[in-house]
Ligand binder design. Structure first.
Ligand SMILES: Cc1cc2nc3c(=O)[nH]c(=O)nc-3n(C[C@H](O)[C@H](O)[C@H](O)COP(=O)(O)OP(=O)(O)OC[C@H]3O[C@@H](n4cnc5c(N)ncnc54)[C@H](O)[C@@H]3O)c2cc1C
Length: 485
């Protein structure tokens, strides 16, 4: 068996893995990415990025290639709920005023190319099977290469950027999240050709709220296509599996606003769907290892922020490691600081996702709160997706009170129902704010936004101890189990 060495080995070569690799490679570090896929390869994920995510593509050097694919570049967000319409221009990030929605098969190939451009060594059809340990530290990985040969690669840092079913998370003893939330929504989506291409409506990412379902229209790639997504109650997903066309038509029939938006659009691809979307946080750093992207944290995709977070915090991880790699103590401290920063940045969106993933209508109240944002074209509620401010700062007490008063004053309002909604929502609001501001790092204290019975399924095989030929004896490693790291 051949053993080689590198500074960093990264398992997984999509959003988080490539974003982490770029700053490391630019700093002159030797980085190897191992991915079991051969690119271009699809992923079961919709793929909207608003300007803050596009800015990450630019930072890692992938944007030029992405733009060469001729994506639509919408500059607005539209939210419709009954007679309530908000239309806003996105806040630009790093001078980028638009979002993109590029199919993963195309997008991720650009990410891989950007990592290679930066000097990283990306190896496809390479499947990682184990983390290798030395003296209680992660010291590399064992993998099977494209020819089926088993090999080892030793490194100062092992990054698991291998998605929700992370082999690395299982290997380092972090598979079981320390907190999580059951999702109530499922996703069903397909591409359509869009007769609105070139019009004002094609310059918008559209969000259509109708009772228990939220629909999205996401101008996509190449220009002229639209990705249509139903974020519906999870229990609707089996009907898409049984008869996708009938289920699709029922959704269209149930929402006149989206039916009007898509009038004349033709179906181009089959419907894809999933309801397996529990949100979670895993312990994401330890001695010589880190979990980036979905491997460490996932939130309901209703927030449209998973790729942005994988790109951003992948980059920040690479930057933090690039300067500390040669000192194990400094490296481990930097990894922990990185994890803490990721949690601070993602917690309010996590709670927002948990609340938005409830398939119950909170109709009147949400509609009136949203209406307090309508008025001009300036960025405001769109900052929720764009993360220019925290959710708590955007949906401020001022907006909440104004929305409540308007809901109560509306002719024919069911005031008792609205007040019941307030009584239910207020504690959630308070706990989400408190969790972000006060609760400790890796807190396991449950909050009201989190719903029990979440699952991440069984680990992809039990961890199998593999100890580097040099270094500590197996007993030393087992005494310092990764679970205790
Ligand atoms: C239905 C759905 C819709 C979504 N919609 C959006 C959206 O619109 N916008 C958005 O921003 N986010 C969205 N997300 C979230 C987004 O898909 C993820 O946050 C993002 O893909 C995370 O990237 P990643 O690099 O961490 O992991 P992944 O994209 O999962 O990549 C992991 C890689 O690791 C490789 N790998 C796994 N195991 C091994 C192994 N043992 N050896 C070698 N390689 C391995 C895989 O082949 C894969 O290439 C959605 C998610 C879902 C499920």
């Amino acid at each position: 068996m051949g053993i080689e060495t590198a500074d960093v080995v990264i398992v997984g070569s999509r959003c988080a893995g490539t974003a982490a690799a770029v700053p490391l490679a630019r700093a002159g570090r030797e980085v190897v990415l191992l991915d079991r896929a051969r690119f271009p390869a699809d992923a079961l994920s919709t793929h909207v990025l608003v300007p803050n995510g596009v800015a990450e593509l630019e930072r890692m050097g992938a944007l030029e290639r992405i733009l060469a694919l001729n994506p639509a570049r919408p500059q607005h967000l539209r939210i419709e709920d009954g007679d309530m319409v908000v239309r806003e221009r996105f806040r630009p990030f790093d001078g980028i005023p638009y979002g993109v929605c590029v199919p993963r098969k195309l997008q991720d190939e650009c990410l891989v190319a950007a990592a290679r451009d930066a000097g990283a060594d990306v190896r496809e059809k390479h499947t990682v099977t184990n983390v290798v340990w030395r003296g209680g530290r992660a010291a590399g990985v064992a993998y099977t290469d494209a020819d089926g040969t088993e090999r080892e690669l030793h490194a100062k840092l092992v990054v698991g950027a291998d998605g929700r079913r992370s082999r690395v998370a299982a290997e380092v003893g972090a598979w079981t999240p320390y907190r999580g939330s059951r999702n109530g929504r499922g996703f069903a989506f397909r591409y359509m050709d869009d007769p609105q291409a070139g019009t004002e409506r094609y310059d918008e990412f559209g969000v259509y709220r109708a009772e228990r379902t939220v629909a999205l229209t996401l101008p996509s790639t190449p220009d002229g296509r639209v990705l249509v997504v139903w974020m519906c109650p999870a229990e609707d997903i089996p009907s898409f599996r049984a008869d996708a066309e009938a289920a699709w038509q029922r959704k269209l029939d149930g929402d006149p606003a989206i039916a009007a938006r898509l009038a004349g659009a033709t179906n181009m691809t089959k419907v894809r769907s999933t309801a397996d979307l529990s949100a979670y946080y895993r312990r994401s750093s330890g001695r010589g290892w880190a979990l980036a992207g979905d491997a460490g944290h996932f939130k309901d995709p209703v927030t449209g922020n998973g790729m942005r977070d994988a790109l951003r915090h992948g980059r920040l991880l690479g930057e933090a490691a690039a300067t500390t790699l040669d000192d194990p103590f400094a490296l481990d401290a930097a990894l922990r600081r990185w994890e803490r920063g990721r949690d601070q940045d993602t917690l309010s969106t996590y709670h927002w996702g948990n609340r938005e993933s409830r398939p119950e209508p909170v109709g009147d109240l949400v509609r009136e709160v949203l209406r307090t944002f309508s008025g001009d074209d300036a960025p405001d509620v769109s900052d929720t997706f764009n993360r220019a401010r925290t959710i708590e700062a955007i949906i401020s007490p001022d907006h909440l009170v104004k929305g409540l008063v308007a809901a109560l004053r509306r002719p024919g309002a069911d005031r008792a129902r609205i007040l019941r909604q307030v009584a239910r929502e207020l504690p959630l609001e308070w706990q989400a704010r408190r969790n972000r501001r006060l609760d400790g790092f890796r807190s396991t204290r449950p909050t009201g936004t989190e719903r029990p019975d979440w699952t991440v399924g069984p680990a992809p095989g039990p961890p199998s101890w593999r100890v580097a030929a040099t270094g500590a004896a197996p007993a030393d490693v087992r005494a310092e189990t990764p679970a205790a790291a």
